[in-house]
Write a protein of this length. Structure first.
Length: 430
């Protein structure tokens, strides 16, 4: 290795993005289930007892997660979103669960979830009210943090509705401290940048010090246009947000909607592949009690989950686009690379893409070992930089591959980009 290259290694090892929130959590992107996109604010337990926001819903989800391989695949957090509380705080000013829908209370629910070897997430808001109009935490940060800790809650999703934008950062930071002061490690999921972007560019150094993950952009809907808009936003802001991600803190592009109604199977594969590439939290919002076997298999695909959970903890990003294709790449441990090729043309049939056109294919000099994971598993064997491998990608589908360099001196050839920090660069035009 040359002296300059050696220096580069040292610099890149010494300067991780920024300090992450030091609560020992979210060292890999969080995996679990979150009720919002699928069950929203359904509080009508009289006519829809199976789907309303009630303790029963989370208990049933936890049961299924254990019985049907979800827990084993890595999905761990069972998360409550908005609409769980009573509209009134109790006599001591504490939040309380709606007594009709959560007759056992949250502590009992947490005990149940823990008895299954899973973790419980809850939801609150930095402002006066939650987005659905339930009591907000402004003025009650210490009290609410302590209440959640007393209930043995493991994760807090903290929304940003009904908050003076000028105090937003202060509010998120104060709650982070309040959670820390309880002494219970509680994973802290924020929406700080989402609510700040309309005003100014968020300070991701401060956000990473404060939160374990943070929403940047709109809520995901059960539609391809929604998933696409999230990918477009992420690529457009990747120079700003990608360097902020790493063990302890992640960009959160919102829930996986795989297994619902709005995405074709190819689109579901695209969401799964790209959420893994983006090192996103993998929080499913679907009905695990009734999910199609193909969606289940996709969500439990170990090879894709391994890309998401890779120990190096680097967020991947879009490296090339053109001809209605996008290439996204994520550096993995052991000098490997994951490459996703998204076909954005929503007409016609499968189109071929020469994988050699992916910028990261460089690591194939002199040789590499290639495995295709999506759309189907295929060992492509040892290839060279000159190999012409055409992968077939369906409209709005994604081909996902991993590439392992076979070479002692690939570092010299590849200049360490994949090991170092995020490299700002112009997109390659395909
Ligand atoms: C609180 O913060 C300190 C200092 O950053 C850290 O060492 C400690 O583990 C944190 N505790 C919890 C419960 O998050
Ligand atoms: C945050 O905490 C500081 C120090 O206690 C306090 O002055 C400030 O008002 C708090 N801000 C919010 C939004 O709670
Ligand atoms: C961003 O936040 C960090 C950490 O809190 C702080 O040191 C830095 O000065 C802030 N940057 C700007 C531009 O405000
Ligand atoms: C290439 O990868 C496949 C799948 O992981 C593995 O079975 C095979 O042994 C590898 N080949 C080489 C030459 O490393």
């Amino acid at each position: 290795m040359s002296r300059a290259a050696c220096l580069l290694v040292i610099i890149s090892l010494m300067s991780p993005a920024a300090e992450a929130l030091d609560n020992g959590l979210a060292l890999k992107p969080t995996m679990g289930w979150l009720h919002w996109e699928r069950f929203m604010c359904n509080i009508d337990c009289d006519t829809d007892p199976n789907n309303c926001i009630s303790e029963r819903l989370y208990m049933q989800m936890a049961d299924v997660m254990v019985k049907e391989g979800w827990k084993e695949a890595g999905y761990e957090y069972v998360c409550i979103d908005d609409c769980w509380p009573s509209h009134q705080r109790d006599a001591q000013g504490r939040l309380q669960a709606d007594p009709k829908r959560f007759p056992g209370g949250i502590k009992k629910l947490a005990d149940y979830i823990h008895s299954k070897g899973l973790k419980l997430g809850i939801y609150a808001d930095v402002g006066d009210k939650t987005c659905a109009g339930y009591p907000g935490s402004l003025g009650y940060y210490e009290k609410d943090a302590q209440t959640f800790a007393d209930w043995d809650v493991d994760l807090l999703k903290f929304d940003g509705c009904f908050m003076n934008r000028a105090l937003l950062g202060e509010g998120y930071i104060n709650m982070s401290k309040a959670l820390n002061n309880t002494g219970r490690p509680i994973l802290y999921s924020c929406e700080w940048p989402l609510y700040e972007w309309p005003l100014k560019q968020p300070n991701y150094t401060a956000i990473r010090e404060t939160c374990n993950h943070w929403r940047n952009f709109d809520d995901v809907f059960d539609s391809w246009s929604s998933v696409k808009s999230i990918l477009d936003w992420t690529a457009a802001h990747q120079d700003i947000i990608v360097p902020a991600a790493g063990p302890g803190g992640w960009n959160d592009p919102d829930m996986l909607v795989i297994g619902n109604f709005g995405l074709s199977h190819d689109q579901q594969e695209s969401q799964m592949a790209l959420w893994a590439i983006m090192a996103s939290p993998l929080l499913m919002s679907n009905d695990l009690r009734d999910i199609c076997p193909r969606s289940k298999e996709l969500l439990q695909n170990k090879r894709i989950i391994d890309i998401s959970q890779d120990s190096m903890g680097k967020q991947g990003y879009r490296t090339a686009k053109g001809n209605d294709f996008e290439v996204w790449e994520k550096p993995l441990s052991k000098n490997r690379l994951a490459i996703a090729v998204l076909n954005k043309l929503e007409t016609g049939g499968p189109r071929g893409f020469n994988i050699g056109a992916a910028p990261g294919w460089k690591i194939c000099g002199p040789q590499c070992n290639v495995t295709q994971i999506l759309p189907q598993y295929k060992e492509m064997g040892v290839q060279t930089q000159q190999s012409k491998i055409i992968v077939s990608v369906n409209p709005s589908g994604t081909a996902l591959l991993t590439v392992t360099p076979i070479s002692s001196d690939f570092r010299r050839l590849h200049k360490l980009n994949w090991q170092g920090t995020f490299v700002r660069r112009k997109h390659t035009i395909l």
